[in-house]
Design a protein around this ligand. Structure first.
Ligand SMILES: [Cu+2]
Length: 115
């Protein structure tokens, strides 16, 4: 008798819990729910283009190497391989201003703003 009463109470409790919520959105993992902006920087003709890109925290920047000369992306935590073709991707998990250069051509400068 006592056991039955407890079980009945439990069923009501669960039903109440289900009806109480007014959630209209389907729950998705936070990692995929937040849209993260991305940007592409071209390393070509001895220059980074555009010189400055802005992405959100968690955003990705892809450097695309399309030059006859080899370049890299170095500075403020960035350190790409030296490349003439192909691409290199970096994910920015912290807000801030990241300045980088090509160490082979120090006049090649760029900035990534993460906010
Ligand atoms: Cu270079």
């Amino acid at each position: 008798m006592a056991a039955t009463a407890t079980a009945t109470a439990l069923v009501f409790a669960l039903a109440g819990a289900c009806g109480g919520g007014k959630s209209s959105s389907t729950s998705a993992p936070a990692s995929t729910a937040a849209p993260s902006a991305s940007a592409v920087v071209l390393a070509k003709n001895l220059a980074f283009s555009p010189k400055t890109v802005s992405v959100k925290v968690g955003g990705k920047v892809t450097w695309q190497f399309e030059d006859t000369q080899a370049h890299n992306v170095v500075g403020d935590g960035l350190k790409s391989p030296t490349m003439t073709t192909g691409s290199w991707l970096f994910t920015f998990d912290k807000a801030g201003t990241y300045r980088y250069v090509c160490t082979i051509h120090p006049f090649m400068k760029g900035t990534v703003e993460v906010s």
